[in-house]
Design a protein around this ligand. Structure first.
Ligand code: AMP
Ligand code: MG
Length: 401
């Protein structure tokens, strides 16, 4: 038996670095991981500019009390530049975003002035107000986004605000995926007596895509040694990672183990966790292999704990573990000392605090418990039964921050 944490560390330590980068146009990079840090080639904004529609003036012309009339010597739309220099007693009408004229350092919003023909009457205002300074968003030469950052819409906009159009991101890790078992039937086709429809290939496929992988779906492989061997060799030839479900326990037809011992170097682990004890991890050639358990909750949980951090690392992400926090259990939770247990929970924020309850029956085949829940309740190895009202760790089913 190994502990969950040991398994995770072992897996991460065995992975080579991230998959190679590729250069893509910015709009194609949503959700990708930045491979090379973005440095600012220019200041944003590129010039001091007005934050309001109004009148640009030099602060020397602002009255301390009362009012003063200035000559309006220009009219500046956004995107136009005032060519001269503002003299004493002069103002320029300016629109939001237009660059500040030379000689002006303050803008009076149009609502607080009075326009009288070619003149404008102004009152007191603070020096320098309503001006957005050159470089206040991003300074030229500075680090804008670190390598290893997952690109969200706001990163894409910040990058294009620098005038950049092509950036270097990691390619998506390619993950070959297959289900094993004579009893597993393809959804949308008739089912033979004794068969069940495939759930795992679809929870896993969605999970791989959600964490930035590209899925190569190899379907269902029967419990036939030669077919399994051929499929695994083919899978390893085309993917960075191969993921299978089923066939890693010690049942009579559990061939994954035998075949992998022939074609790769694989460890078979009993992980001190519930659900989902058996796990296979190793390599077929240069490809990383994960053999997940067959039970649907167990396979998805094993994916979250072991495959997801590996895919994140291969994808080049800086952070590979999701956040956990504490919530108060609203009910008793049975727990065996000596293993890490993961219950599916419903987490909510009530009366100023996080609280969590279990989704009900927690069998490793009860996939609806994952559907009813919005988090894992993580109960540490050394913990026994949890009484109602105790604090427990929760890990929401969501993206890492
Ligand atoms: P195994 O690890 O192959 O012994 O499978 C354990 C349990 O998971 C058995 O009840 C299988 O029928 C079930 N199982 C295996 N593969 C799948 C799958 N792809 N979808 C749903 N259930 C599965
Ligand atoms: Mg099986």
């Amino acid at each position: 038996m190994i502990a969950v944490r040991e398994g995770q560390e072992h897996i991460l330590s065995r992975l080579a670095g991230p998959v190679p980068p590729e250069v893509l146009a910015v709009p194609r990079t949503l959700g990708r991981v930045l491979a090379v840090a973005v440095q600012a080639p220019l200041d944003v904004p590129p010039a001091d500019n007005s934050a309001v529609d109004g009148y640009a003036v030099g602060s020397g012309d602002i009255p301390g009390t009362g009012t003063r009339e200035l000559d309006v010597v220009g009219d500046l739309a956004a995107g136009t530049v005032f060519t001269g220099t503002l003299g004493a007693g002069q103002a320029v009408r300016i629109m939001t975003g237009a660059p500040m004229p030379a000689g002006a350092d303050t803008v009076l919003p149009q609502e607080i002035v009075e326009r009288i023909g070619a003149r404008v009457r102004i009152g007191p205002i603070g020096k320098g107000v309503n001006v957005r300074l050159r470089g206040e968003d991003v300074e030229a030469g500075g680090l804008v986004i670190e390598a290893g950052t997952v690109l969200r819409p706001q990163e894409l906009g910040l990058i294009t605000s620098l005038g950049l159009w092509q950036i270097s991101v990691h390619r998506r890790p390619r993950v070959a995926l297959l289900s094993t078992g004579d009893e597993v039937a393809e959804p949308g086709t008739p089912r033979q007596p004794g068969q069940i429809y495939d759930a795992n290939r679809f929870t896993l496929r969605g999970s791989i895509e959600q964490c930035g992988g590209q899925v190569l779906d190899l379907g269902i492989v029967p419990d036939v040694r030669d077919t399994l061997r051929a499929q695994l060799l083919e899978a390893s030839a085309m993917a960075d990672v191969v993921v299978t479900s089923g066939g890693v326990s010690v049942g009579a037809f559990d061939l994954v183990k035998d075949v992998l011992e022939e074609i790769g170097s694989i460890d078979f682990w009993q992980v001190a966790m519930q659900p989902g004890r058996p796990l296979a991890f190793g390599r077929i050639g240069d490809t990383t292999f994960f053999g997940l358990p067959g039970n649907p909750v167990a396979s998805l949980l094993a994916f979250m704990l072991f495959v997801r951090p590996a895919l994140y690392k291969l994808a080049g992400r800086r952070r590979v573990h999701h956040s956990t926090w504490q919530a108060r259990a609203t009910e008793r939770l049975p727990k065996k000392v000596g293993r890490r247990e993961f219950k599916r929970g419903v987490l909510s924020y009530r009366d100023g605090a996080w609280e969590v309850r279990s989704t009900g029956p927690q069998g490793s085949g009860i996939l609806s418990s994952m559907v009813a829940g919005n988090c894992l309740i993580v109960l540490e190895e050394d913990r026994g039964d949890v009484a109602a009202g105790e604090l427990v760790l929760v890990e929401p089913f969501a993206e890492p921050l």
